[in-house]
Design a protein around this ligand. Structure first.
Ligand SMILES: [Zn+2]
Length: 461
């Protein structure tokens, strides 16, 4: 059990210092709530996405992948309800021009004063009255001089082409789900899938939110990994329950501590939804949503049927019965999961002799590099490069020949490399190397031609 107190600041410093994540547009002073994944961060994130795809697509005979376009016909967003009601209640401070979300102001106030108020259940007028009655001030300048609440749509707008009528407004998708919904018939027809089946997608979404930041937790541009399960309504609740468990098992298998995970069932549901829950993780900023599982009934397909004029009915091949499928959605943010895994993996250990090492205890399957090849001395580098070339055919490997071996081990610990292969003078004699385990720091000796099989078996997910 680790005793290290993990803070967002420690994670951020390690990320910037070791090349996991950099502030977006860094040399221009950054760009609020955007982040760039660096050399080790991109490997980590890709591995997380691969693990998810393996678990939910590769190992699932009823799931099919999709990679839909980010720009969609604007009618899609009319059908989904996003053009009409995907908005936040915002108000501006007339004194210092800060823009705040009214619901967030009330939530923070309620938390501070131990009040049981749920702004989600309030109308704009009720929120306005609450803020006035309780004299909730601007968190930036401390004054109480708000504009009335206005709803701001969260979709990023852009325009496409120039036609005779002018430009056409289009949106960067605020969620990936609609790509699966509009392709429901295409996928079903080409795969001959029978209900229940799922369409999976990993892709970017964009939301023009005022965010409190918190590093990768909430960003305006983020990547979603999600599975839309299409089923008959009578099977939907069972599937919903099944996915709650599968979603939990996935993040536990990836290394998140079960004590820091919990279900959070929603009391307030969208009008069409029959059940919804989050899995929350105990981040350094407290319990927060990690992923969601939603029973969406037949709402999505019925709306697309209405707006596109195309029948979205599925015909049962045995009974010839025609049904509009119910959807169980399972969705998890790749960036947010990476953040949780970074927080979970981080540890500061005191070694014999009093030295401290920072070590990232990633599951080996998601570690950026699987192996680091380290020649004990520079004059062994020819042999070491040979070993590197051999192993690089199978895994992402790091190569490092600068500094003392102890310093090189520390660097690999900080990026979570599970195995360090050291080339020494015996390697030249008998073609064997030492392999050091990141977590136990124990070393074993193996013939070079057995290293790949040894590592492969350890990094399985
Ligand atoms: Zn202000």
């Amino acid at each position: 059990m680790k005793e290290t107190k993990v803070t967002m600041e420690k994670i951020l410093n390690l990320c910037k210092g070791r090349g996991f994540v950099f502030p977006g547009s860094d040399i221009y002073g950054g760009f609020a709530n955007t982040w760039d994944f660096g050399p080790v961060g991109v490997e980590l994130k890709n591995n997380v996405k691969k693990a998810w795809w393996k678990r939910f697509v590769q190992e699932n005979p009823n799931a099919y992948g999709l990679d839909a376009a980010i720009l969609m016909n604007p009618r899609v967003w009319d059908a989904s309800g996003h053009t009409a009601s995907f908005s936040d209640p915002k108000m501006d401070c007339r004194e210092c021009k800060t823009r705040e979300r009214a619901d967030n102001l009330i939530e923070d106030y309620a938390k501070k004063h131990n009040l049981n108020v749920v702004p989600d259940n309030m109308t704009n007028e009720e929120m306005q009255n609450f803020i006035d009655e309780h004299k909730i001030n601007c968190p930036k300048c401390g004054k109480h001089n708000w504009t009335p609440i206005r709803q701001f749509n969260l979709m990023f707008e852009t325009s496409r082409g120039v036609t005779e009528e002018g430009t056409n407004k289009v949106y960067l998708r605020p969620e990936t789900a609609q790509g699966e919904y509009v392709n429901f018939l295409n996928v079903q027809r080409t795969t001959r899938a029978k209900l229940p089946f799922a369409i999976a997608q990993i892709g970017k979404s964009f939301r023009n939110e005022i965010t409190p930041g918190n590093f990768l937790f909430r960003t305006v541009e983020f990547e979603q990994m999600e599975l839309q399960n299409f089923c008959k309504d009578e099977n939907a609740l069972d599937l919903y329950k099944e996915f709650k468990e599968r979603a939990l098992k996935f993040v536990e298998d990836l290394g998140l501590d079960g004590e820091k995970l919990r279900f959070h069932d929603h009391d307030k549901l969208a009008h069409y939804a029959k059940a919804a829950c989050d899995i929350q993780y105990y981040f350094p900023i407290g319990w927060q949503e990690l992923n969601g599982i939603h029973h969406r009934s037949t709402w999505d397909l019925s709306r697309h049927q209405e707006y596109s004029g195309k029948s979205m009915l599925y015909t049962d091949p045995v009974t010839n019965e025609k049904v509009l499928p119910t959807i169980i959605e399972y969705s998890i943010g790749a960036d947010r999961l990476v953040l949780a895994l970074l927080c979970e993996a981080y540890d500061e250990e005191t070694l014999e002799g009093g030295e401290t090492r920072i070590v990232m205890h990633f599951h080996p399957a998601i570690a950026p590099y699987k192996v680091a090849v380290l020649p004990l001395q520079k004059n062994l580098s020819e042999k070491a490069k040979e070993v590197y070339s051999l192993l690089a055919k199978d895994f992402m490997c790091d190569y490092d020949e600068s500094g003392s071996i102890g310093k090189r081990y520390r660097r690999e610990d900080e990026i979570g490399t599970p195995f360090c292969v050291t080339i020494d003078f015996d390697t030249l004699e008998n073609n064997s190397v030492t392999i050091r385990d990141r977590d136990t720091m124990e070393q074993i000796r193996l013939p070079i031609n057995e290293v790949s099989a040894y590592v492969s078996q350890k990094i399985k997910f």
